[in-house]
Design a protein around this ligand. Sequence first.
Ligand code: ADP
Ligand code: MG
Length: 271
Amino acid sequence: MTKIARELANTEPSKLTLEHVGKTFNGRHGEVLALDDISLTLNEGEFVCLVGPSGCGKSTILNLVAGLDNATTGKLTLDGRRIKGPGRDRMVMFQEAALFPWLDALGNVLFGLRLKPGLNDEERRQIAGFYLDLVGLSKFTRAHIHELSGGMRQRVALARSLAPNPKILLMDEPFSALDALTREQLYGDLQRIFTQRRKTILFVTHNIREAVCLGDRVVLLSPHPGRIREVFTVDLPRPRDINDPRLAELTSRITARLKQHLKENQPAPTE
Ligand code: ADP
Ligand code: MG
């Protein structure tokens, strides 16, 4: 096996644990308890979606796992090791692709690989090419970012996140800014990649149907303070189609539960 083949064959997904994680922000109007007692385990190679309305702490959880911020209480571990800051074992993808406009698609993916040790330029190019191919952009490796559609930019961002071969992929509403048709294609591609590369994925969305389409489990959060309300297992075969009526039943069940939790949480009306 060549070095490149070995590198590409090695997927080793991680196990992520959050134990009693709390996060308090000191906002302009005093302290905000953004997360309250969050405990969650993602097993190796599991695809978990966090859903809930705006402000329930989804991005905060993702940022803590990414090591971009610190928990106020509790602890986070990746394969038993405490998460203390950012690392190449965890790659993040956001709603806006944040690509470098002065680099082409290949250049952007190579940028993600620049710190990966033990590879020469040619090997880096081969790996970047492999991932651009995986996301369906083999014909666009030399295209500049401004020449690419929104969906293609997110594909470049996905290739850039995958190229360093992270042990866990963190995605924060990555498809929210795309049109429905482009999103559908990406649901299919992400599931294919997930099956082929067997990554652990933590995926944040406010779109419950999207979560049911993609996740092995869907974790429902509610705001003020951000808490895990319920966890649903999605028992449907892959690949799943977002338009498959079998998604509808679980989607409406989760939606109904969310509405129930929000109602229970509402402050009593004042006279
Ligand atoms: P979501 O991603 O689910 O929409 P966030 O994780 O962004 O929610 O935010 C959760 C809560 O924490 C919100 O009430 C938000 O206003 C608050 N919050 C998030 N980041 C900060 C910050 N840097 N400073 C103060 N408050 C914050
Ligand atoms: Mg958010």
